[in-house]
Design a protein around this ligand. Structure first.
Ligand SMILES: CSCCC(=O)C(=O)COP(=O)(O)O
Ligand SMILES: [Zn+2]
Length: 212
């Protein structure tokens, strides 16, 4: 491995560790759920590399074997005994579709409830809430729809739906009764977007109950 690549890898692992620690403190990785990735190096849709959490780990604990590098097909780039996240193929499709720099996935009660509440609509509507501006959408009373995909047990079946589901100005997709994938140009933006989605899902769910 070249020195440059080693440095980039170490930097990506350090960033993932920092984000993982912050999100774990919010209780957003219950029961080993969730996965995080950051792209490393240049991007071309047919060839790129990213650092991702290893599968099945307790994401509230930091160990020397929490992350590994994979290629655009989700295959480890270096010899390792670690297994990449079971949901790596979803990350691959999001990178290919958006060219983003980081993707964070969490399971929370509010994102699960919101996805079930609006499952038949196919998307979670959010209207006029200030935090929509976190997505760099500045119009007054903006309305967005967060796409919801079915939570098939077979991850490749979900992965093949990802590109068609993505709405350009909405940096996230929900899997039904599973969790949100939020992305951004870098880790800062992906974290900001993830936090905005979680706030908006809680708002939408509570507002639906209040209206009844
Ligand atoms: C007990 S969580 C079920 C799998 C999942 O949805 C998830 O986010 C974690 O999977 P990983 O392989 O990334 O640990
Ligand atoms: Zn998951």
């Amino acid at each position: 491995m070249s020195n440059l690549r080693l440095e980039e890898k170490q930097q990506a692992f350090a960033e993932l560790k920092e984000i993982k620690t912050i999100l774990a403190a919010k209780g957003w990785f219950p029961a080993t759920s969730g996965n995080l990735s950051i792209r490393v190096g240049d991007f071309a849709p047919e060839q790129f590399t990213f650092a991702i959490t290893a599968s099945g780990k307790d994401k509230s604990v930091n160990t020397p074997s929490d992350f590994l590098l994979v290629d655009q097909d989700g295959k480890p780039t270096d010899a390792t005994s670690l297994k990449p996240s079971a949901e790596t193929l979803i990350h691959c499709e999001i990178y290919k579709a958006t060219g983003c720099g980081a993707i964070f996935h969490v399971h929370t009660v509010f994102n699960n409830l919101a996805s079930e509440l609006f499952w038949e609509r196919g998307s979670i509507p959010v209207e006029g809430v200030e935090l929509i501006k976190a997505f760099n959408i500045w119009e007054e009373d903006a309305q967005i729809e967060v796409p919801i995909l079915p939570n098939y047990a077979d991850i490749p079946r979900i992965a093949e739906l990802v590109q068609g589901a993505i709405v350009p100005r909405v940096p996230g997709i929900m899997l039904r009764k599973h969790g949100i994938y939020a992305w951004g140009a870098n880790a800062f933006e992906a974290k900001r977007n993830l936090e905005a989605f979680e706030y908006l899902f809680e708002y939408v769910y509570r507002w639906e109950l209040l209206k009844k």
